[in-house]
Design a protein around this ligand. Sequence first.
Ligand code: GSH
Length: 329
Amino acid sequence: MGQLVKGTWQDGWYDTDATGGHFVRDTARFRNWITPNGEPGPSGAGGFAAESGRYHLYVSYACPWAHRTLIFRALKGLSPHIGISVVHPDMLSEGWTFATGFPGTTGDDLHGLSFLRDIYIRARPDASGRVTVPVLWDRAQNTIASNESAEIIRMFNTAFDDLTGNRDDYAPTSLRREIDRINARIYSDVNNGVYKAGFATTQTAYDDAVTALFETLDWLEARLTYNRYLLGTHLTEADWRLFTTLARFDAVYHGHFKCSRTRLVEFPNLWAYTRELYQWPGVAETVHFDHISRHYHYSHATINPNRIVPVPPCTDWTIPHARDHLLAA
Ligand SMILES: N[C@@H](CCC(=O)N[C@@H](CS)C(=O)NCC(=O)O)C(=O)O
């Protein structure tokens, strides 16, 4: 675990001293948008046109943010057009590495580099900041197009539609405001909320995070009683963003991050809803519980100093979701 400072690697854990024990996530630094014809998007530079075989995704199967991008790649039929490389689940003093030897890891089949930080340095020799997955690499310009998952899934949602013919829209304009609103709460209290609880270094910081987390999960549980999906009858991006956290909840966040009040399987609606999303065509193949459990338990020595990886909970993800009585568009 560490970060780049002007192109040089510095080892070190998150510094929570300056923030009263609160974990504060760094903002992503590569923010270009792929568009159908290369016009600039909402941020960054232009020149990133949607072309088959041009872009490559670096992911960890453990990471919930990278997982979003894998789901959108599957849902939108992008697998033949965008390759992937999978890092090793252990993120230790060198950060993410391209070590192989764990099932599903690929190494860096594009550049043959050893560490994910080398990809950042190749894009920007004086790069500073955290070296995170996912990374969307542009083979044409030899740079990182984006390392912000929220934006990568928005691009994947429409930018390649002419190429794939897949016009499924998970962020339709008519629902965009509501999607953004619910995403904001779920990001703060749930997606990032579990990290705030797990990485807190004071009781108050932990209490704040875990209280907000379960308030929001209770609110979602109630909302999903009569709504098939978060926005009603339409399955949207907001559901997929919530899914990657819920999928990890009982295996990792409940114990390792001390999100211990209630397990996912004890929320009847949330649990059935998560199973429906898991059983969605193409999605189960993106979920790798071996990488998930190994990464968190083995990498975070400050919270699990003996690096013991616990036995997984016996969860049956194939139980029918039985939510067909709720309307879907
Ligand atoms: N804003 C980024 C956050 C990605 C992120 O924090 N990824 C984690 C893995 S779950 C990571 O690579 N962390 C390495 C680090 O913080 O040094 C996104 O959503 O794409």
